[in-house]
Design a protein around this ligand. Structure first.
Ligand SMILES: Cc1ncc(COP(=O)(O)O)c(C=O)c1O
Length: 392
């Protein structure tokens, strides 16, 4: 079963009175920090005030010629700029400059409806029907569907045995006419982070007109090593990021694309955004103007969950590399335990456990991906379930 099928099955069984342990989908099920609600309330209050009066910077109403309070006719819920609010883009540019160590201005930033919409916009802007785009296996499952929607041809290569970038294969395929690449770093499902050295080398080998889509919604969930953006090495790199994971608000749909300062193609992408979604969600943009994008609220929680689940999987004979980033463990089933048997054991009882197998990521079905972005009590229940059905 793919990720969505697992997730939907868990929801269905919950509605039927079971108590599923859902480790299928990477939607953080954790408490959102109060700060988010504080700014959401502030924005809501400002929107109401804004509709009635225009305030000076220090909060006094502006008066008209007759001395009456001037009323604005601007609906704060009207269509927005396809690039995003200037104030939000300024804040994002400043935060991304801090995060990536590259000097960006608001002209280098476009707000999107999450990372997915960012990828859509880039595919639609820079590729033509039938162009080939490379993805590296195991990959985030929806990449293939995204390419299909844009009539693009996936060229799939394997990562190395330790899930690193397979430089030789990448270069060989580019020599065969591949036009672009989507690389996810830190990686879902493997938890791998690609080193600065390998990216530097890749950048020297790629044709200069390659469109490099760096999909990085986990860039601030780094447990080992560091995340280094390809923007440092390659002018045609597009850094696609999102608030879905680090702020734990995926349903609110806000993300952004940051571009190399010498790229100057933001206007082209904005035209596509206008067609795809008109503008990114404006309420979230207003909140993020205040909150910024550099967060990793549940960092300690995810780290704890990874430790607890690693110990459990280790005990039961699964093979895996401890994730360097993101919040997943991608583990190979123990010798002698087939996928069918594992799933039927996990699905049995009042507390069925759900997690997608490797085929959901274009990979070997004997791997299981566990999404650990859940409350610690869910992970504790998963550990008990493993002990119960697989034997201590
Ligand atoms: C690698 C990767 N890219 C993109 C996304 C989608 O992110 P967003 O919610 O920002 O569209 C996800 C979500 O799980 C992901 O894991």
């Amino acid at each position: 079963m793919n990720i969505r099928e697992n997730f939907q099955m868990a929801c269905k069984l919950e509605a039927l009175g079971k108590w599923p342990i859902d480790l299928s989908i990477g939607s953080p099920d954790i408490e959102i920090p109060n700060e988010f609600y504080k700014y959401r309330d502030l924005v809501s209050l400002q929107d109401k005030t804004f509709f009635n009066t225009i305030l000076t910077k220090d909060g006094r109403p502006i008066l008209d010629e007759d001395g009456d309070v001037r009323i604005t006719m601007k609906n704060p819920h009207g269509y927005g700029n396809p690039m995003g609010y200037p104030e939000t883009r300024e804040r994002v540019a400043s935060d991304v400059t801090d995060m990536l160590g590259i000097d960006l201005t608001s002209d280098d930033v476009i707000m999107t409806g999450g990372a997915i919409q960012g990828i859509h916009a880039l595919l639609s802007t820079f590729f033509r029907d039938g162009d080939s785009v490379m993805v590296m296996r195991p990959f985030f499952g929806p990449y293939l569907d995204l390419l299909k929607v844009h009539s693009l041809k996936p060229v799939i290569i394997d990562s190395t045995s330790d899930f690193d970038i397979n430089l030789e294969d990448v270069i060989e395929k580019f020599e065969d006419g591949v036009k672009g690449i989507i690389l996810n770093d830190p990686n879902n499902p493997t938890g791998k982070i690609y080193s600065a050295e390998i990216k530097k080398e890749l950048a020297t080998l790629l044709p200069l007109d390659t469109i490099y889509i760096e999909d990085t919604p986990y860039s601030q969930l780094v447990f080992e090593g560091s995340f280094v953006s390809m923007l440092h090495y390659f002018k045609n790199a597009f850094h696609v990021n999102s608030l879905s994971k680090n702020l734990a608000v995926p349903g609110e749909r806000l993300g952004y694309i940051a571009m190399h300062p010498d790229n100057k193609r933001a206007g082209e992408v904005a035209k596509t955004i206008q067609l795809l979604q008109v503008n990114a969600p404006i309420n979230m943009q207003k909140i993020i103007r205040y909150m910024g994008v550099n967060h990793s609220f549940a960092y300690d929680l995810y780290k704890h969950n990874i430790d607890v689940m690693s110990e459990c999987l280790d005990k039961h004979g699964f093979e895996f590399n401890k994730p360097e980033g993101a919040f997943y463990i991608f583990a190979k089933l123990p010798e002698g335990l087939a996928l069918g048997e594992f799933e039927s054991k996990m699905h049995e009882g009042y507390d069925p456990l759900f997690a997608p197998d490797g085929s959901a990521f274009g990979y070997d079905e004997n791997y299981i991906r566990f999404a650990l972005c859940k409350d610690t009590r869910v992970i504790d229940r998963a550990v008990s379930k493993f002990d119960r059905v697989l034997g201590k």
